[in-house]
Design a protein around this ligand. Structure first.
Ligand code: NAD
Length: 309
């Protein structure tokens, strides 16, 4: 297939695009390069890779990028509640208005795979989220992603994935994600201050997120028009459990604080029975992800050039 990946230079895209190329797909990335594009440089070795610099808020850019493509994987967004809170107008413009242009350009024939999020659930009273759980997003991030998801289901042949919180290494590294942040902080500062330690969260390695898109391309006929939670039942953990897992690999001081709160109000266990029923399984555990982070984050160390003077 020829696939357009919007936001393909991001954390997920940099892992996904090489996998798509390896599977024999042709891949075109449209990205405004908010965080640079170096993670995609090795892809140019493939004659099946193209990069279109551009913004999904520009209908001409998205229209020309989608030309000749069979499917769109829509990842471009302002991602996470801190980034959306910093600039809510931009978040609305990109995540909602931008998605409108993507939907229009994709039309009724192309397959659209959408990177949605568990933040759509927001404050959940019964604490176990299935795809039928009513959406109650509380942050700008959650609200804009819910609006985008609904729009794509109305207008396109869409499969939407509500991902657990990602972790793991990617060439475009995100250190705002809970496990990545905790490991980085424990390594650097040797202490970690954690609020709401008993809040339950759900996690997935970035490699398994990328694999879920490959799975959807292979099983699209059975999946179109549906939303799926993507993760694993065995990967629902409290923050305190994550801290203990990190402690097995990093020596650090842990302090639970009475102040601080998650703006997305995420405190729930997520059910992955629907996607599991189709045969999708995650492959990377949290422990393996922590081990990978402990080794890999050293490459991002900022060395003090005057340390030995
Ligand atoms: N990583 C996670 O834990 C997670 C979980 C759930 C859902 N998602 C969703 O997956 C998608 C990708 O997330 P990510 O973690 O790779 O984030 P990211 O911030 O690393 O990547 C987003 C990419 O989109 C690009 N972009 C932003 N605005 C753009 C615009 N106007 N036009 C074109 N490109 C633009 C950025 O340059 C960046 O390369 C997002 O839609 C996000 O909501 C991510």
């Amino acid at each position: 297939m020829k696939i357009l990946v919007t936001g393909g230079a991001g954390y997920i895209g940099c892992v996904l695009v090489p996998m798509l190329l390896e599977r024999g797909h042709s891949v075109r990335v449209l990205d405004s390069l908010m965080y640079g594009g170096a993670g995609l440089l090795p892809c140019f070795r493939s004659g099946r890779f193209e990069f279109f610099p551009g913004d999904i808020r520009d209908p001409k850019a998205i229209q020309s990028a989608v030309e000749g493509c069979d499917a769109v994987i829509h990842l471009a967004a302002i991602v996470g509640f801190p980034a959306c809170r910093k600039d809510p107008v931009l978040a609305e413009e990109v995540n909602v208005a931008g998605t409108r242009w993507v939907a229009e350009a994709a039309g009724k024939k192309r397959l659209v795979l959408f990177g949605s999020t568990g933040s759509n659930y927001g404050a959940v009273p019964d604490q176990v989220c299935t795809e039928e759980t009513p959406l109650n997003p509380v942050s700008v991030y959650g609200k804009t992603k819910v609006a985008a998801e609904r729009m794509l289901f109305n207008d396109c042949r869409t499969i939407a994935f509500r991902f657990a919180t990602a972790f793991g290494l990617s060439p475009r590294m995100r250190l705002d994600l809970l496990i990545n942040d905790f490991v980085q902080t424990a390594l650097r500062l040797k202490y970690l201050v954690v609020y709401e330690p008993h809040f339950m969260r759900s996690f997935i390695h970035v490699h398994d997120i990328a694999r879920s898109f490959l799975f959807a391309l292979e099983h699209a006929d059975r999946m179109i028009g549906q939303v799926y939670n993507i993760g694993a039942k065995t990967m629902n953990f409290s923050k305190a459990q994550i801290c203990e897992m990190i402690r097995k690999q990093v020596d650090y001081y842990l302090h639970y604080a009475a102040v601080g709160e998650d703006e997305d109000k995420r405190n729930y266990v997520v059910s992955y029975e629907k996607i599991g029923g189709l045969g999708y399984k995650t492959t990377v555990t949290v422990e393996e992800g922590i081990a990978e982070l402990v080794k890999g984050l050293r490459l991002l160390e900022v060395k003090n050039p005057y340390a030995n003077i």
